[in-house]
Design a protein around this ligand. Structure first.
Ligand SMILES: [Zn+2]
Length: 431
């Protein structure tokens, strides 16, 4: 392994501050001189670097200054395992694909601490684009009493001007919209990160610098400790909750986007986080004189009706906001309605939407699978939807629970209805 091969790297970059060296090595070389970000008087917020990677080669990169997050895009449709390491952390990016401009690409990662020297390796030779973001650390004094009141008044939030301190300003020009749909997202980020201000600052840089958007895409961001951050800045052109955002696959009209920081595929949001979400939704729906059980056609020509409380996956090809949130959403909606009923001085005017135990077996399947759900759910109809949210099949729910379909292999959602009301939605895989 002491054989050292030098490669000529096809490298192009926007700025001149990158230095890249590559050699086959088992040990990641530590830089001789530690990064000293205090010497940098005017840091760069965003850098792009293109790299033609040769498989299994370590690429040691000196970024020239500290950065706080990274986004990786591979050449079109290539599939690549990339591991990333610095002095502080190693990130396995898993299989990456070329990404469209989305509000939260899976290859966007916030570093656990500012990082100048990184090492990259790919198991496939591929062209990659690296984007680096630098959000200078801020000491933000969070208000002492952020406790929500659950009384349908606006819950306290951290204003944009506070968490955005020291970052480039959002671009002027705002579009307001009449909100009929609150769309729930997750950031697909770390569940152990507690530097929420740093994370939202990096998401802001991703959306403004990489995506080229005017501002952060979401109207609100909620941290696992229950803190609510105001998102897109209204810039005095309306209420922040009615400013059209960028979070719903270019169908943002009529929506308000709320992002839960963390990854909720396997982990449930904390109770305080759910409480903040319910308080935010109760305030917003009451303000718009809506209820949690209403459905409206989406104003940007989304085929089916969309609920007043919906998930990103209800309208776009994504798994956002994660399976755990998907399972909890009916409960969150019914408890939000309870808060609203109490604000209206109404007690139990409406039965909360019950949540039913459900199992699909086998899943993945070859197109024949059982859908077991409690009899009280009174399922009469089922639909199969593609990842784009479009309905492919709609049919009577079989009495023997066995669904047979000949749709081509892929990932779908099965939605179960009782009396035209959607009761549950679950991902299925057809092989
Ligand atoms: Zn989302």
């Amino acid at each position: 392994m002491h054989l050292r091969i030098l490669f000529i790297i096809a490298l192009s970059y926007v700025a001149t501050s990158f230095q890249v060296s590559s050699h086959r090595s088992m040990v990641v070389e530590k830089p001789q001189i530690a990064a000293d970000s205090s010497r940098i008087t005017s840091p760069v917020f965003f850098k792009k670097l293109n790299l033609n990677m040769i498989q299994e080669v370590d690429y040691h990169i000196d970024l020239g200054q500290d950065y706080t997050s990274i986004k990786i895009t591979t050449s079109a449709y290539s599939s690549v395992q990339l591991s990333f390491s610095s002095e502080n952390n190693t990130i396995d990016f898993g299989t990456l694909y070329s990404n469209d401009v989305v509000e939260m690409p899976p290859s966007f990662r916030v570093f656990s601490s500012p990082t100048r020297y990184i090492t990259l390796q790919s198991n496939t030779s591929t062209a990659i684009e690296l984007e680096f973001f630098y959000a200078p650390p801020v000491q933000l004094q969070l208000p002492a009493n952020l406790k929500n009141k659950s009384n349908c008044t606006k819950p306290p939030t951290i204003p944009q001007s506070e968490w955005r301190e020291g970052l480039p300003a959002p671009k002027p020009g705002r579009k307001t919209t009449i909100v009929k749909h609150c769309i729930v997202h997750h950031s697909e980020g770390s569940n152990t990160d507690t530097n929420y201000v740093n994370t939202i600052r990096n998401i802001y840089l991703l959306h403004t610098e990489s995506n080229g958007w005017d501002d952060i895409g979401y109207n609100f961001v909620i941290a696992p400790n229950g803190t609510i951050f105001s998102g897109r800045d209204p810039l005095n052109e309306g209420d922040e909750d009615n400013i059209q955002g960028a979070h719903f696959c270019a169908k943002n009209g009529g929506t308000m986007g709320v992002c839960l920081l963390g990854n909720y595929n396997l982990t449930s949001p904390t109770t305080v986080m759910q409480n903040s979400l319910k308080d935010l939704l109760a305030w917003k729906l009451k303000k718009e004189e809506l209820s949690t059980t209403q459905y409206f056609p989406h104003p940007d020509a989304f085929g089916d009706n969309l609920g007043t409380i919906s998930m990103h996956r209800n309208g776009c090809p994504t798994e956002c906001p994660g399976d755990s949130v998907a399972l909890l959403l009916n409960t969150i909606a019914s408890e939000t309605q309870e808060i609203m009923d109490q604000c209206n001085g109404v007690v139990s005017v409406r039965k909360p939407i019950p949540k039913y135990k459900q199992m699909i077996y086998p899943n993945p399947s070859n197109g024949r699978f059982y859908v077991m759900i409690e009899a009280e759910a009174n399922i009469d109809t089922y639909a199969l939807k593609g990842m784009d949210g479009k309905r492919i099949v709609m049919s009577d729910f079989p009495a023997n629970f066995l669904i047979k379909t000949d749709i081509s292999s892929g990932i779908y959602f099965i939605e179960l209805f009782s009396n035209e009301v959607p009761i549950s939605s679950q991902k299925i895989i057809i092989r």
